[in-house]
Design a protein around this ligand. Structure first.
Ligand code: ATP
Ligand code: MG
Length: 349
């Protein structure tokens, strides 16, 4: 399919006391219409800054220093080719029309997008009225329709509820409704489920996948979760210290990871199809950081046994949720919840 977004040699600098931080140092990748691209990489590698650049919502002390962000949904520029988002005025008319209209973003924390002071109906309706000339009644009808699509149990009643009355999962759904009510061509999801418990995470990811099919939008998914990548991504872009380390189709990346970081990371995902005699080995350097760290090799397991090893072995898995700064590698200690603390088990054949 055609290219919806092409980021070319993007550079983003932060002005900080005493100098400049180059957060994004020449990043290029593309997103095809309707596809899912996973943007992965350790904490601080520049994923969120890259995403904020695409929407031109960078913090005040940051600026795009170089590069292009070419967006072409067949509608901008009256269909006459891509618009370069990097050269638009961040608060100009063109950017305001794109933001929330053709490109939307959802975050880990729904209250980043939702106001506590207004009802869900007003907020989703307001998102419509920012982009379309419709009456309040029509906006409300569109909001209700979108709340139904994100599977609110009672969309009509949800219109009149306030965010604080909703569970975390429903708040996430309200944020998604607000982001998608104008049918954007691109949804950027910046760790959309990291703060949610595992069951709700799975529901929200399934919802995003279903909505993507319904609405025909592309998704740029920022995640630390390789299980999610394996499930959802068509293509994978790996960032490291402001640069692209590697990129490719999901199949390429999972079959042939060339970078040692990603390789270690992929091995840390327990597989359900282990060959006889394969075992899972903790990666020591990462174990101490609290990741889920298992590597398969071809040693018999348990040691001394023959090829009739277990189907699956999980050793000492620790998994940290909700720590914004807990990356895959070199994780800084964060205020996260240790959701899985030193779990080991094996499933026999
Ligand atoms: P995480 O997985 O933790 O969300 P990330 O890949 O999204 O990480 P970014 O938030 O994009 O990382 O940050 C990239 C880099 O940009 C940081 O390492 C930091 O050097 C710099 N940076 C981010 N925000 C600021 C800021 N407000 N002031 C100065 N530098 C910043
Ligand atoms: Mg981030």
């Amino acid at each position: 399919s055609r290219t919806l977004l092409r980021v070319e040699d993007l550079k983003v600098d932060f002005q900080v006391p005493g100098g400049v931080v180059q957060a994004v140092r020449g990043v290029s990748f593309r997103v095809r219409a309707g596809s899912t691209v996973a943007l992965v990489g350790e904490s601080g590698s520049g994923k969120s800054v890259a995403a904020q650049s695409i929407l031109r919502i960078l913090p005040r002390n940051a600026a795009i220093a170089d590069g292009k962000i070419l967006f072409d949904d067949g509608i901008v520029n009256d269909g006459a080719g891509p618009v370069d988002i990097a050269s638009l005025k961040a608060d100009g008319t063109a950017m305001r029309a794109l933001r929330g209209g053709r490109i939307s973003i959802i975050f880990q924390e729904p209250m980043t997008s939702l106001s506590p002071l207004h009802t869900v109906g007003d907020q989703v309706g307001e998102a419509v009225r920012l982009h379309q000339r419709v009456t309040a009644r029509q906006a409300r009808a569109q909001a209700e329709d979108m709340l139904r699509r994100v599977r609110f149990p009672d969309p009509k009643r949800a219109l009149d509820t306030y965010p604080f009355e909703l569970s975390g999962g429903l708040r996430q759904r309200a944020m998604i409704a607000m982001a998608l009510v104008c049918r954007p061509a691109l949804l950027i999801a910046d760790e959309p489920t990291t703060a949610l418990d595992v069951t709700i995470q799975a529901q929200i990811l399934k919802l995003i996948k279903d909505l993507q099919a319904d609405l025909g939008m592309a998704v740029l998914l920022i995640t630390h979760d390789l299980g999610v990548v394996a499930n959802l991504a068509d293509e994978v872009v790996v960032m490291h210290r402001g640069r692209i380390m590697e990129s490719g189709t999901r199949e390429d990346i999972f079959a042939d990871p060339r970078h040692p970081y990603l390789k270690a990371l992929l091995r840390a995902v327990p597989r359900f199809h282990m060959a006889p005699g394969e075992r899972l080995v903790p990666i020591r350097s990462i174990t101490s950081q609290g990741g889920s760290l298992l590597e398969k090799d071809h040693q018999p397991w348990p040691p001394g046994a023959d090829a009739a090893g277990p189907l699956l072995a999980v050793e000492g898995v620790r998994k940290l949720y909700g720590a914004r700064k807990a990356g895959w590698f070199g994780a800084k200690a964060g205020a996260g919840t240790l959701a899985v603390d030193d779990v080991s088990f094996a499933i026999a054949r």
